[in-house]
Write a protein that binds this ligand. Sequence first.
Ligand code: NIG
Ligand code: FE
Length: 408
Amino acid sequence: MTPLSATRVWRNCNLATMQAGETPYGIVEDAALVVEGDRIVWTGPRSALPRAYASASHEGLAGRWITPGLIDCHTHLVYAGQRAGEFEQRQQGASYADIARAGGGILSTVRATRAADEETLLQSTLGRLAALRREGVTTVEIKSGYGLDLQTELRMLRVARSAAATSGLHIETTFLGAHTLPENYRDRADDYIRFVCEDVLPVVAHERLADAVDAFCETIGFDLQQTERVLAAARKYDLPVKLHAEQLSNMGGAALAARYGALSVDHLEYLDPAGVSAIAESGSVAVLLPGAFYFLRETQLPPVAALRERGVPIAVASDCNPGSSPFVSLLLMLNMGCVLFGLTPEEALAGVTRNAARALGLDAEVGTLTVGKRADFVVWNVDHPAQLAAQFGPNPCYRVVARGNTLI
Ligand code: NIG
Ligand code: FE
């Protein structure tokens, strides 16, 4: 990391500012970008660069492209163990739900994560964050949910918080205590929800370990009433909510979350027209997770055309986790979002910048190259921003700047 310096000018570059409603991608060609401390203070065509910046330190970028720092707004990347054996089972015909009902799936990662100490979890988390960072990610959301007991849930959230300091990335944490039913609460889902809301969430809130609360509303997760209890408890602590909704079936979770003003509703393959209307009216972001769709070989597509038509902001995230989306690459998700879900490259890029920022409630701070926002941006070896979604590997990331610090 290089230290902050006063004023820096990046020039001989093209900008994809990703600001809405201007040119596609918010393109400014032959541009300059000026940073002071941790803020963007000027963007525009190089010919209009104010003279005041003439004596600042300049770096020429030889025609490369700059985008906002990428934002992975839905991950489960604090965990221990791996589940390649389940992949083996699925390829032999078992379904994700079959494996979960037999005590595998999320519960298998819960066993491994409970057994891992804080340092082990931190080191594996930092490795995954480093991989994301190498591809231009500067903000990451990380969920708990592989503890399902007080100590391990707190440990996961603490690891996520300390990973922020070490990695130089901005990390938002989400409490996902209602991820699945732990073995010791078998047939007692209502009791477990009581435990989550009354015994764990108050500690999480008191220790300020979570920025939001999430739940898994699904046949193999929690029903609508149980989910609502979690969302209501979050409200008591003034924590914003998001929801894993309509991934494997249509439970009506998205409409419920919309009633609670959810920042985002995530997955959404089985979202019906009423659900689309509900989220269009609430202003929640639809977070699409093509990695899980791909890896679980799902066939039900999220209703992208309806979301588009209703003007619902669409984000794209990795869902990085050992079971349903073991992929530590947001660039790969850009490509999958386009090929599998029919997004345009511009929509996919907006989905990991502007709309992902909104899914985390950070849109005033990050997500576009805008004067006043945090100096989080990426310099790419590409001829056009569509290339970021069109191709995969070799990594086109040339430079990553977060809060004005050069990370790569
Ligand atoms: O978002 N759907 C629930 N949770 C994760 C999967 C977690 C796991 O299988 O470990 C998801 O896909
Ligand atoms: Fe998830």
